[in-house]
Design a protein around this ligand. Structure first.
Ligand SMILES: Cc1ncc(C[n+]2csc(CCOP(=O)(O)OP(=O)(O)O)c2C)c(N)n1
Length: 321
């Protein structure tokens, strides 16, 4: 990878980080209502994986979706306006944080029901096969979705019909306030869960954007030629609470653990590599901070200045018999 590529990955992760820090601030000011689940700490998974895609490939994810949407190239102003519930938002302010969708970018959402979107991912992959295309689907979800019935139905059909879908399990070791080893009988057997359906599976360091990108480039390249599902377990960690309603650690994990994990901050890891290879320096990173800061400020200004949907909008985009 050259300097340009490396800095582009860094910039995307930085944008997600600063965008979400700002949205947390806006939430505290009550400019954003409802739920707000931050992806801070997990940026390398979405950025690394989505970097391996073509623009016509599909991406689908859970409610922790800001990072994936921004990594797919959605306009930060429209994403922020959606969080604000404004008419200029990605979904005209009707979806909010958990339901971002950007169809022109083939970003299919944003789903709040744990495990609910896995069958949709399989369905998208079926559509690709039916139309004889060489596109792929990336489906992101937390490890908490793994024991759900829908996940198994999705794995079964994807394996049975050799559908081009990569299931990416973002294993951050917690499902809300429950350490996953306490809630999931399969926690020690995540890869075997997929393999039991005949789906090849690999683990990757989800804090290392380059490792994620390398694996996904390899997998996606192979799936285009020989379709079939693949399963990735990305070992990652969320630095914030489950949602803005929760503290960063609370009773279920210690402050020391969070501090320890922060030493492997994906931004820090990439920056260290770039600096070690003498490809960029303090001034370059300061410049990136300035640029990204400006993008986020502009996004907030756009959201603030935008109107709320009118009452009449209640009757638009609704399927009525
Ligand atoms: C079917 C269903 N059950 C319960 C919930 C409530 N809930 C929201 S998030 C969550 C934990 C999910 O954890 P995980 O899948 O590991 O994802 P993470 O939040 O760690 O990214 C639960 C139980 C839900 N949204 N949907």
């Amino acid at each position: 990878m050259d300097r340009q590529d490396l800095l582009s990955l860094y910039r995307q992760m930085l944008l997600i980080r600063r965008f979400e820090e700002k949205s947390a601030e806006m939430y505290a000011l009550a400019k954003i209502a409802g739920f707000l689940h931050l992806y801070i700490g997990e940026e390398a998974v979405a950025v690394g994986a989505i970097a391996a895609l073509r623009p016509d490939d599909y991406v689908i994810t859970s409610y922790r979706d800001h990072g994936h949407c921004l990594a797919r190239g959605s306009d930060p102003g429209k994403v922020m306006a959606e969080l604000f519930g404004k008419a200029t938002g990605l979904c005209k302010g009707k979806g909010g944080s958990m339901h971002l969708v950007d169809a022109p970018r083939h970003f299919m959402g944003g789903y709040a029901i744990v495990g609910g979107h896995l069958p949709l991912a399989t369905g998208l992959a079926f559509a690709i096969q039916y139309r004889k295309q060489d596109r792929v689907v990336l489906c992101f979800f937390g490890e908490g979705a793994l024991p759900s019935g829908q996940a198994h139905e999705a794995f079964n059909l994807a394996a049975l019909w050799n559908l081009p879908v990569v299931f990416i399990c973002e294993n951050n070791r917690y499902a809300m306030g429950t350490p996953s080893p306490r809630g999931l009988a399969l926690f020690a057997h995540v890869l075997e869960t997929a393999r039991s359906y005949g789906i090849p599976a690999e683990q990757v360091d989800g804090m290392d954007v380059l490792a994620v990108r390398r694996l996904l480039q390899d997998v996606v390249g192979r799936l285009r030629v020989k379709p079939g599902p693949f399963f990735v377990e990305a070992r990652t960690y969320r630095f914030m609470g489950h949602s803005m309603a929760d503290p960063a650690h609370g009773h279920y994990r210690t402050k020391i653990e969070v501090e320890e994990e922060r030493k492997r901050d994906p931004l820090l890891l990439l920056r260290t590599i770039v600096e070690r290879h003498d490809l960029a320096h303090e001034a370059d990173f300061k410049q990136l901070e300035r640029e990204v800061g400006e993008v986020v400020t502009t996004a907030v200004r756009f959201a603030e200045d935008s109107p709320y949907p009118t009452p009449a909008a209640l009757y638009e985009d609704v399927l009525v018999e």
